[in-house]
Design a protein around this ligand. Sequence first.
Ligand code: NAP
Length: 437
Amino acid sequence: MTDYRRLRVALLGAGSVGSQVASLLRQHGDELADRAGATLELVGIAVRDVDAPRDVDLPRELLTTDAETLIVGADIVIELMGGIEPAREYLLQAINSGADVVTANKALLATHGPEIFDAADQVGAQVYYEAAAAGAIPIIRPLRDSLAGDRVQRIMGIVNGTTNYILDRMDKEGAEFGDVLADAQALGYAEADPTADIEGYDAAQKAAILASLAFHTAVPLDAVHREGITRIDASMMDAARKAGYVIKLLAVCERMVADGDETISVRVYPALVSREHPLASVHGANNAVFVEAEAAGPLMFYGAGAGGVQTASAVLGDVVSAARRHIAGGVGVGESTRANLPIVPIGHVTTRYQITLEVNDQPGVLATIAGILSDGNVSIATVEQTVIGDDIEGAGTARLVIGTHKAREQDLSDTVDTLAQSGVVEKVASVLRVEGD
Ligand code: NAP
């Protein structure tokens, strides 16, 4: 066996991901040493409770509740605790004591990324976070390294497995949101408190990370427009299917020109995606990130966006990279944020829309609606009308599904308000953006 230099690896957290990282590090230690050019010595694992049951058997003597002492003297610190504090404090301590750090903590990077990257820059350390945006799917390195010579135009990501699982089952079974959510919770696809997933918070954190890398611009979490999937119901799914679409929760990061200036938009919302689009074929809890780059064209990265052992794969890749860098020496490569593009609010974004209205089925109604849309700078691409019922007096209700050409979000939302108050519209059943064409 080659006599490699020993690198001290400290692991913070032994939950779903951390326990798998510890297990694989120990199981494949020799192989990883050959790849890294260094022996990766797991010197300890910080947890809250050393006696808590674990997914895998870990030597009792490695477990400690004293994370701070563990960090001192470590060459590589892997943070898999999650949350903001004390994870932030421990990462800063690790960086300042000369370690390279690996983390999968999207919540921390989306809120305190610049502080952590700056601290690493100051001392020449490197922060690795391949698992923070899409679990096992390699997307951080492709954006940071492989596409560094290209110009990314747009990213559309299905980056939350729970919501994709729910929407996929609603699409396939015609089921209602609440029923599928309850089932997903029973099966372990959704947390007891599903807010972070179904309200789009988790996807927004990932969108901030992806957009920062893609556009070389620090993207704060509060600049990400966020909507969840709780308003999606079986009738919207059904209408989408009949029109050749599927509804997906998308993280969209887009380079745009607004008032002659190059800008970016970062947003998370449920959107209609053509069934012909590669993202429509992402089923169950899988994730995919669809990247459109100026020279490379479209690229799609697909796979498991979560899961303990799957995510551990990405974390271990980072550990090997950190070890190689540590052996080679030199300063870390900082984050590229110098493009510093302005981030536009949602009102400036232009997309296509599908508006579903319930209207009085009377002569002249269509002309009135067309007039309101035209006055609001919203141009109609398609209209489909279905009679959905008569009341006792024989007055009918019709459902109008209006597809628009690209319109500015602010114009569209003002126009929908005008429609709602127009007297001819009984109900605005849904307004959905159309993405991916
Ligand atoms: P988890 O199962 O909740 O495990 C968290 C671990 O951290 C536990 O071992 C816990 O100790 C320990 N811990 C928490 N607070 C601590 C503290 N103050 N001091 C010491 N130890 C502490 O979390 P996870 O699912 O493995 O996720 C870890 C990270 O990976 C998160 O940032 C998450 O967002 C990210 N991630 C997870 C997945 C996934 O599929 N799970 C996918 C991608 C990214 P005890 O065991 O003693 O309670």
